[in-house]
Write a protein that binds this ligand. Structure first.
Ligand SMILES: Nc1nc2c(ncn2[C@@H]2O[C@H](COP(=O)(O)OP(=O)(O)OP(=O)(O)O)[C@@H](O)[C@H]2O)c(=O)[nH]1
Ligand SMILES: [Mg+2]
Length: 732
């Protein structure tokens, strides 16, 4: 029998007892030891052999993960742990630490109720530690802390026992400060981490031991023992006296909520439907006999079974053959083919799966990541899962062989479905398709997998930076005339006020919400009543308002106007790059009374030209993505670290020192960061640790904008000169 199936035999009887379930995610900065911990826990719980754990990395089963030594995909596994005489089912997701795969962390946080935040005792909390913690709190997921690699603190940094305790205390303080800053309410309600109550543990995932204050009482292992046994190379003793698995899983069972308790609180955060409806009540109580409410958090592809959707079942029961509906798609039933759970690389079928568990099912053809799936004909969908960063790099891919062309299009659609942090643009006419992602590594992995898993030979361009366009001043009214000159549109363009951009980014305003509610939010953000009433469309962070009154035939033409608006913001006038942060107001319109003279061929070019010309008149700007950078170096290397940022059109805004180590914090444009890793390494004699993170888009400086624009235009085969308003409309 396969290993996974054996595990399921032990796991299945617990799946229908929500009070005995804990759904947890392991989250941390890159390389802090998440996968080593996950493996060691599995070994400790008897799920994989002791020898394999930490060496083969069972949870990093993909060959790319093995050869690169990093986690790429979040992976799920379940295990059984005995605590105070009762068996508990732990459903665990090991998440990746590399920022390029941060989308996996964001999605995993929707599926779980608790998070083990890992911190490397030597490095301390790093930028991604903060990011993953924020993602957890945003989802209402409760954190506990494991300070890992304590062996390194003693054997590599050679700190003494007192210094060791001081350093561990500092890590706890820093994490508490972050939690307090992110959610003071929960911090005061018991989410503060404390060594004394056992919500913090210390240890070594690699050597499989850990200590916590409550556990010390039974094991009689003290900090003094920890220090001495590490120093004297006897960590085996620690692993025997105070095993990692027992300490961590005790902490999980004791401090992290079961699905019933968690859903009572979390449903209010992630679902805004009617709490009194049957599905609302069922989710709040995690009721297995209520309607099915499943949120899909991951889609993967199985060569035999096809698409596999993984997600959290908040209410109801799943079994083979059940007919479900995917909200937001045509109301066509999707019949479940297999119902199961993931056991690391394997997927194992189960008879039925009850509310409060994480399911892996096949048959949901219409589902994408983020879908709400139910057996009801209609249900308010869950809040969408928002990832904080946006694609910053693009590669162009082409099929090597003509015959693969249709297959490539199919595969690219699939890629977009599996990874919502990827943006795929398909150009069927030219055959040149674009994949945009979080960074170089992200794109490298995706293109490699297209070849390896989907069997399509492709040619890939070098990665290029993604740009945006925006308008920096007010323009208009700009007149757009239709080709037959019988229809005229007058537009005023301006930058979108920050308050509204923030509302859109945080998901606090959308075209889906009831109009009255939306109007109220917009007025609170500073729009006038008329403006708020005139809202016709939100696309990304571009907003369209109709400020006209009583224009005849406009109602029936509005759809075309909006279509033109979409076309215009899909590619701005400067470099045909997507437009963001723009407010477009339609202030006057003259329409031909005969419908035949105001069709798509007349309206669309007129409005599109007015938007594009308006952007140039209002001060069109090119924006480039920035990355926040933190470099940790020994004090004598500080100069080399700062010059690596400043030399790349970057800016250093903080330098923090801690002991003899310095953290240089700054930002630089992505365009200047190619080759950063190797240059930094040689500039600092390999002694720097660094991490980068998406930091939004900023305007390209004046002195280089022309060169950048012309380079993009050249690449895209556009006219090799700076565009002028008169390229789009007459009389300017
Ligand atoms: N000395 C020591 N090394 C450890 C410990 N835990 C993990 N490591 C090592 O740290 C490195 C990274 O471990 P992983 O478990 O792959 O880290 P990760 O957090 O899963 O990494 P990503 O998933 O890529 O973010 C490996 O070389 C481990 O052997 C520990 O407790 N002590
Ligand atoms: Mg890992």
């Amino acid at each position: 029998m396969a290993r996974g199936a054996k595990i399921v035999e032990r796991v299945a009887p617990l799946m229908d007892k929500p009070v005995r379930i804990r759904n947890i995610g392991i989250v941390a900065h890159i390389d802090h030891g998440k996968t080593t911990l996950s493996d060691s826990l599995l070994a400790g719980a008897g799920m994989i052999s002791e020898e394999l754990a930490g060496k083969q990395l069972f949870m990093d089963s993909d060959e790319e993960e093995q050869s690169r030594g990093i986690t790429i995909d979040a992976s799920n596994v379940s295990m059984v742990h005995e605590y105070e005489g009762q068996e508990y089912l732990i459903n665990m997701i090991d998440t990746p630490g590399h920022v390029d795969f941060g989308g996996d962390v964001t999605r995993a946080m929707r599926a779980v109720d608790g998070a083990v935040v890992l911190v490397d005792a030597v490095e301390g909390p790093m930028p991604q530690t903060e990011t993953v913690l924020r993602q957890a709190l945003k989802e209402g997921v409760r954190p506990i802390l494991f300070i890992n690699k304590v062996d390194r603190l003693i054997n590599e940094l050679k700190v003494d026992e007192t210094e060791m305790q001081i350093r561990l205390g500092k890590v706890i303080d820093k994490i508490n400060k972050l939690i307090k800053g992110m959610n003071e309410e929960m911090y005061n309600q018991g989410w503060k981490l404390e060594a004394m109550n056992g919500s913090v543990a210390f240890g070594s995932a690699l050597y499989k031991w850990a200590v916590s204050v409550p556990f010390m009482k039974t094991s009689n292992v003290s900090f003094k023992d920890v220090y001495e046994k590490c120093k004297n190379n006897d960590q085996k003793w620690l692993a025997k006296q105070s095993p990692l698995c027992a300490v961590i899983l005790d902490m999980v069972v004791r401090h992290l909520p079961n699905p019933i308790d968690a859903q009572k609180r979390r449903i209010n955060v992630i679902w805004h439907g009617d709490k009194e409806s049957p599905e609302g009540k069922a989710m709040l109580t995690c009721d297995p006999s209520g309607p099915v409410a499943l949120m899909v958090t991951d889609i993967s592809f199985d060569p035999h079974a096809g698409e596999v959707a993984t997600g959290r079942l908040f209410s109801g029961t799943l079994h083979r053959g059940l007919e479900l509906f995917v909200m937001g798609t045509a109301k066509k039933g999707n019949r479940l083919q297999q119902v199961g759970v993931f056991m690391g690389p394997e997927r194992v079928e189960v008879e039925k799966l009850l509310a409060g568990n994480i399911a892996a099912v096949t048959g949901l053809h219409d589902a994408i990541v983020g879908s709400t799936v139910t057996n009801l004909m209609d249900m308010t969908p869950f809040e969408s899962i928002k990832h904080y960063s946006e694609p910053v790099m693009t590669v162009a891919v082409e099929a090597k062989n003509m015959k693969d062309l249709p297959k490539l299009v199919e595969v690219l659609r699939q890629v977009g479905k599996e990874d919502p942090t990827v943006k795929v643009t398909i150009h069927e006419e030219t055959g040149e398709h674009l994949i945009s992602g979080m960074g170089e590594l992200h794109l490298e992995i995706i293109t490699h997998r297209i070849k390896r898993d989907k069997g399509v030979e492709i040619v890939t361009s070098e990665p290029i930076v993604v740009y945006r366009e925006t308008v920096t001043g007010v323009a208009g009214p700009v007149e757009g005339k239709s080709p037959n000159r019988h229809n005229r549109f007058y537009l005023v363009l301006s930058p979108l006020p920050d308050a509204i951009a923030t509302l859109i980014r945080n998901g606090d305003i959308s075209m889906n919400m009831p109009e009255v509610e939306r109007r109220a939010v917009l007025m609170k953000a500073g729009l006038t009543k008329d403006e708020a009433k005139g809202l016709k469309d939100i696309q990304g962070t571009c907003v369209f308002l109709d400020m006209t009154k009583g224009v005849q035939y406009l109602n029936e033409t509005m759809e075309l106007v909006l279509e033109a608006f979409h076309e215009a913001i899909a590619g701005g006038p400067l470099a045909d790059e997507p437009v963001q942060n723009m407010l477009v107001k339609l202030v006057d319109v003259k329409l031909h009374e005969d419908a035949i003279h105001r069709g798509p061929g007349q309206v669309i070019p007129a409005v599109r030209a007015a938007v594009k010309a308006g952007m140039l008149l209002g001060g069109d700007s090119l924006m480039e993505p920035y990355q926040k950078i933190q470099i940790n170096v020994p004090a004598d290397q500080m100069g080399n670290a700062t010059s690596q940022i400043q030399g790349r059109r970057g800016q250093v805004f903080d330098i923090q020192s801690e002991g003899d180590s310095i953290a240089v914090i700054g930002k630089a444009p992505v365009a200047e960061l190619f080759g950063f890793a190797s240059e930094l390494r040689s500039a600092t004699e390999g002694r720097a640790m660094w991490s980068t993170e998406f930091a939004g888009f900023e305007v390209v400086p004046n002195n280089i904008v022309k060169d950048v624009v012309l380079a993009i235009r050249k690449r895209k085969g556009l006219k090799l000169e700076m565009p002028r308003p008169s390229d789009y409309i007459d009389g300017v």
